[in-house]
Design a protein around this ligand. Structure first.
Ligand code: NAD
Length: 477
């Protein structure tokens, strides 16, 4: 999405946020520049024969930083994709991976296309052809560059890309690790599809454990009972809304989609709306009484938590002043422009920044990549052994209780829970939760301890840049 003419582009916005953070650090200007700039962006134009004629598509793969390899970042299918956007997203990937300690450099790709205009067979032809162009230049490769889903792409596209790589590299035993976000029957991992939304949930839980942070937002209490407005009911927005409403007691009062919004202070039914959207491709017709035609206006409605999960630049100079939520969690990449960020900071709004808030996706992608390289699912070796050891302990407790005439009775519910060894999904969720807690703690320490840092975004940049700089310095740069 293009920002108002008076605002910098998405990439400039990211650079300015970076500059604000590095001005508080003691890095050499040369290293600063090295970290800021995007190393390379490859543009490809390719033709695909569709409906009897050749149609030309334009795609990009941008590599922001190779301080660690492979580099990592999603592939976006959307009409608005352009070089500036892909470079901004690649830069955010560098900082995001550093912040959550996923051992990757930053990259991102995109194809200018509206996937809704093509059939599944046509999309497969186009995706495979785009993948072919990137694979032959090592811009998709398990050791060098590993894409994942982003807007407009999902498991289906990732499976096609992995298969295309295997066809072109028949003897590469690690070929399936060339892309993450695959379906579980094609080398994927349990919990990847939900991962970004799940990470948003864990991020919010962690925020509400930080009493000082909650106070800075002028809020109180826990997540329970908070009202949430969500923009974008796609992969990220849907999972975040689902988990927050089903597991944390939140009420989803607004859902904004591309063709309008639904708003109901009493709460919306996320599952039914998602099912409607999947079936009809629009939210229009779901509930006429709650429909707001100018959907973006709902960003300005009162709520506790605003959760933009669609695209960049939606909170900008034209509406930031009217945004009422005391807490914004950037589930999308770059939803708040640099100008809006300044206005919101002045108003005291707390923003949980994108590079942290939506890092659940890359975190679980990291687990998937490791799983692919080790060729074994997590938990396969330990699970039953863990159960056997737990059984041993319970048997011994029961024996002691009988011998000593104590008559202890462990509740069946406890026994069942305690005995069960963790499966892959539980391990993935545990690793994700741990990652989100550790990264939050690092950001919050900077946020609460430094007088010159008054927001979580700057804190996140400081933590991330420090790590990227240390990595470059270790290489002798
Ligand atoms: P998606 O394509 O699954 O969903 C996007 C949703 O936003 C769709 O429902 C679409 O209809 C809606 N939308 C599009 N334009 C809109 C507009 N103008 N107003 C309101 N809604 C609009 O995409 P996604 O994977 O959920 O990604 C959403 C955001 O999250 C992007 O910024 C992406 O970069 C970021 N993100 C995604 C992942 C991931 O794992 N998928 C990981 C990290 C970050």
């Amino acid at each position: 999405m293009s920002q108002p003419a008076s605002e910098p582009s998405f990439r400039e916005s990211v650079d300015q946020m970076f500059n604000r953070a590095v001005s508080l650090m003691d890095l050499s200007p040369g290293l600063e520049e090295k970290i800021r700039v995007c190393n390379a962006t490859y543009t490809v134009r390719f033709g695909v024969r569709l409906r009897g004629e050749i149609k030309t598509f334009t795609g990009y793969r941008s590599v922001h930083s190779e301080h660690m390899e492979p580099v990592k970042g999603g592939i976006r299918f959307a009409l608005g994709v352009n070089q500036d956007e892909v470079e901004a997203l690649a830069a955010l990937m560098t900082y995001k991976c550093a912040l959550v300690e996923a051992p990757f450099g930053g990259s991102k790709g995109g194809l200018c296309i509206d996937p809704r205009e093509y059939s599944a067979q046509e999309m497969e032809l186009i995706t495979r052809r785009f993948a072919y162009e990137l694979i032959k230049r090592d811009l998709i490769n398990p050791a060098q560059n590993v894409p994942a889903p982003d807007m407009g792409t999902g498991e289906r596209e990732m499976a096609w890309i992995a298969d295309q790589f295997k066809r072109m590299n028949t003897t590469d035993i690690n070929g399936v690790a060339c892309v993450t976000g695959k379906p579980t029957n094609a080398g994927g991992i349990q919990g990847r599809t939900e991962a970004t939304g799940r990470g948003v949930q864990y991020a919010l839980r962690e925020f509400f454990r930080d009493a000082e942070g909650v106070k800075k937002a002028g809020m109180s209490g826990t997540l329970d009972g908070k009202t949430v407005i969500v923009q974008g009911l796609g992969n990220v927005g849907y999972h975040a809304a689902k988990f927050l409403s089903e597991e944390d007691g939140c009420t989803i009062t607004g859902i904004i989609e591309r063709d309008g919004a639904l708003y109901d202070p009493n709460g919306l039914d996320v599952e039914s709306l998602r099912a409607w959207l999947m079936k009809h491709g629009t939210i229009v017709g779901f509930s006429d009484s709650n429909l707001v035609e100018d959907g973006a206006k709902v960003l300005e409605e009162p709520c506790d938590i605003l959760l933009p999960a669609a695209l960049e630049g939606v909170i900008n100079l034209s509406n930031a002043e009217r945004v009422q939520a005391p807490l914004i969690i950037e589930a999308a990449n770059g939803p708040v422009t640099v100008g809006a960020d300044e206005i919101l900071r002045r108003k005291g709004t707390v923003i949980i920044p994108d590079m942290y808030a939506n890092a659940g996706g890359v975190t679980v992608s990291y687990f998937e990549w490791v799983k692919n390289l080790s060729h074994i699912r997590f938990g396969r070796m330990q699970r039953r052994q863990e159960e056997a050891r737990h059984q041993l302990l319970l048997d011994e407790l029961e024996r002691l209780s009988t011998d000593k005439g104590l008559n202890w009775q462990l509740s069946p519910n406890f026994k069942e829970k305690y005995l069960r060894g963790a499966d892959e999904l539980e391990l993935v969720r545990s690793g994700l939760d741990d990652t989100m807690r550790a990264a939050y703690s690092q950001m919050a320490t900077v946020w609460h301890s430094r007088d010159d840092v008054d927001d979580l975004r700057t804190a996140a940049y400081l933590v991330a840049i420090e790590k990227v700089a240390a990595s470059y310095q270790a290489k002798g740069l």
